[in-house]
Write a protein that binds this ligand. Sequence first.
Ligand code: SF4
Length: 455
Amino acid sequence: MFGILGSDIDAARLTYFGLFALQHRGQESAGISVSDGKNITVYKDLGLVAQVFDEATLAGLSGPIAVGHTRYSTTGSNSWENSQPVFRHFGWNAIALSHNGNLTNTSQLAGTLGPLAATTDSELMTEVIAQQMSEGGLSLPEALSAALPRFEGAFTLTVMDTTTLVGVRDPRGFRPLCLGKLGESWILASETAALDILGADYVRQVAPGEMVVIDENGVTSRFPFEPAESRLCLFEFVYFARPDSILMGQTIHKTRLRMGRRLAAQAPINADITVPVPESGMPAAQGFSEASGIPYVDGLVKNRYVGRTFIEPSQSMRERGVRMKLNAMPGVISGRRVVLVDDSIVRGSTTRQLVTMVREAGATEVHLRISSPPYRWPCFYGMDTGDRSTLLAADRSLDEITSVLGADSLEYLELDHLIEATGAEPDSFCTACLSGEYPTNVPLTDSKFLLEGSI
Ligand code: SF4
């Protein structure tokens, strides 16, 4: 998610580069909305940023204010209608909204609104805000102040009208948002890596519960919510965020190295090589190798060009689907006792195939070391995990999980060690998928497609 406001800038092109740096956060669709001061134009489509935009489309998006989005769906199917930014036009003004997170009161909110074209919580939020502006005659910041307390759950937003850019984090701040500056232009981005790609300066994180309003007069800050305890998603540190991004003052890469070091101390093993699962398991594997003295070897090769838009292989190929993304190298694995290090196991199907692949490459033993605790509970705040029945660790013991995965041993990093590795206070985080302790009420019966009538 990205937003920029300046003067005499090509906001859409800068947003394109910002989104390019944030591609890992969503690979289903991409979009940019831009204002020339009077009108908003939106261009979005299914696919990766570089597939959706080219010189011709960017040339048609001129103006000094823009908002961009890459989508990873957690409510509603992957369709053009559900891609973002969501747009509303209502006579004297228009808005475009990008959302990262997932509302937990989607059903109640939908019940208060009429039929809509799209089937996402983001669409509902846009409708509520647009109604405040069109019917109440409110400015965008006023409309947001009135609308935001009606939303529950995880919602980090970048919203624009024709003259103003606004960034919002929900009161618990489940998803990150930072503020940056490029010359005289102000930037909002999910991660600092999007500032780096533009050579912009990092100013600060937007605080949980904060709304930052950016217009031609600069930046002002408001707090439209009842105060609540901050709960950043712990999985931002484990998996979501780029290793070169900075969160809570910590470089993600360094925190993942520390996770690996703690894992080696907590769960030692006699083995010959440490093999990372590319790419998110690599820093933890490096830390594990450093602390254990077991040499780090790139025994798995990743095809970098496989994204979510990758055409699904036929059924017979899908059974060996992980080979489309990863392949083992017998030359470095054969005859060795392997420690395979990954950041997490959610459903377990990929891990099971990887263990088989490493054995077929000649490993004499395969020991799994995971740099986060067992993922036992579904996420309602912006990670698409499905219901509890799909989670490998939901109701299984460690021995049962080890057996399902076909490993010789399995150990997970304990929760307190993981939190220590982040360098932040223990009560800073949402840990619900690992601990079952949800920081808000959650709709246990709602499905991802609840607005599509297929609960
Ligand atoms: S439940 Fe897990 S993935 Fe979801 S926000 Fe909380 S820590 Fe993150």
